[in-house]
Design a binder for this molecule. Structure first.
Ligand SMILES: *Cc1c(COP(=O)(O)O)cnc(C)c1O
Length: 396
């Protein structure tokens, strides 16, 4: 048995990771803290507030660490709102949901500080009631400004999108009695993008909604800001945030998911078998793209693998796939400096986001345990899973 990942994670960490039962996720406290510090510096330079979008990362054991740096949490609905309220107490809880429901709304109000509606119908249905309960009321607008073509399913500005109110619908449906309820506007249009795309988007917002912008208290610019990525243009972001604050008198919110936990986790896995088909060597791993890293298939993307290259630049090429029966359960094609063998340990990078909160037990696959990689290099088990977690979702 041989470890392939050496040299990337420094040695004390590598030692403790080597002993873990695979597959497992390892969340890197040091990296999460570095991301938090960077976000905190944007907050202190610009006066903006930054929320964790929990749909990307909701491993609440790390909320005590994150709350030192950020302003609160963003939720997609009841459960995430409750998690944010319970696990980051005293911090802001913002909710955006494409449609709220009567049987949850009262409970939701016990957790949320900001409620953002997706339509003027929903604002009319719930807005006054939420306002009476002391909540901040927002409406999601759709600036109809697509700034990326790479990930069509993540483009809320595409024609026919159900997300956000376009200016023409606003003009048709808005009435004074609900307009006066609004404290702020919200847009979310970016995905893994830089601050130049935010600039373009904000221009579109000014053009389409400039007449109402100055009547608001706050503007929530959603997520998709890749702030903690190495080449992200932070100066440009900060300049824009200061401009929005000064020109429009708005409190700005950002609610990144990815950026909070970018590159802050690993999926540790082992090679179970190596097969061959038409000259292609395929390593079958004990973790599955479909179950344990579903965005690899859904987005799609090829995750980094420590110590290996994507593609065929190194001498030994393998396609890496999962143990399920799905033909497309393939993580990608990678190359290595040496041949792979059964039992080799492989470590995928950037596995904290859209993984632990999105995985599943398709094919009866076990869910990977989750570990904390402490600052001193020790690993600590946070939770584990077994047969019961598969069975209890399915019946009595
Ligand atoms: C998904 C989402 C986010 C977070 O997006 P990231 O790409 O993870 O930064 C923030 N706000 C809303 C409304 C979202 O739907």
């Amino acid at each position: 048995m041989d470890e392939i990942f050496g040299g990337i994670i420094s040695s004390p960490e590598a030692e403790s990771i080597r002993e873990l039962k695979t597959p497992c996720y390892v969340i890197d406290e040091k990296k999460l803290e570095a991301n938090g510090k960077l976000l905190a510096s944007v907050i202190s330079h610009t006066g903006c507030r930054i929320l964790l979008a929990q749909k990307a990362f909701s491993n609440y054991d790390f909320y005590p660490l994150l709350e030192e740096y950020i302003s609160g949490t963003e939720a997609s609905g009841l459960f995430e709102a409750r998690l944010g309220k319970e696990e980051m107490p005293g911090k802001e809880v913002h909710v955006f949901c494409a449609a709220y429901r009567d049987d949850e709304f009262d409970e939701l109000l016990t957790y949320a500080d900001h409620i953002v509606f997706n339509s003027i119908h929903q604002l009319k249905r719930y807005g006054r009631y939420a306002k009476q309960k002391g909540k901040h009321i927002g409406l999601r607008i759709n600036p109809e400004c697509s700034t990326q073509e790479d990930h069509a399913i993540y483009d809320p500005c595409a024609k026919g999108s159900r997300l956000g109110v376009t200016r023409s619908v606003w003009d048709k449906e808005i009435t004074d009695d609900v307009f006066e309820l609004l404290d702020g506007l919200h847009f979310h249009t970016l995905c893994e993008q830089d601050s130049d795309a935010l600039e373009v988007t904000f221009k579109a917002v000014e053009e389409k909604f400039g007449d109402v912008l100055s009547l608001m208290k706050w503007l929530n610019m959603g997520g998709g800001h890749h702030i903690t990525k190495a080449d992200y243009d932070i100066a440009r972001l900060e300049k824009l945030l200061l401009y929005v604050k000064e020109k429009w008198g708005l409190q700005v919110y950002l609610e990144p998911g990815e950026a909070v936990a970018l590159n802050a986790g690993y999926l540790v896995t082992r090679v179970l078998d190596i097969v061959e088909n038409n000259g292609i060597k395929i390593a079958i791993l004990d973790s599955s793209a479909a179950c344990h890293m579903p965005d690899v298939i859904e987005m799609p993307y090829t995750p980094p693998l420590l110590g290996a290259d994507k593609g065929d630049s190194k001498p030994y090429c393998y396609r890496l796939g999962g143990p399920t029966c799905l033909s497309g359960d393939v993580i990608g094609d990678y190359s290595f400096d040496k041949e792979l063998s059964v039992g080799d340990l492989l470590v995928f990078g950037d596995m904290a986001i859209y993984t632990t909160c999105k995985n599943n037990t398709f094919n009866g696959m076990p869910l990977p345990d989750i570990y904390r990689l402490c600052k001193d290099g020790r690993t600590e088990k946070l939770t584990d899973f077994g047969y019961g977690d598969f069975k209890h979702r399915l019946g009595s």
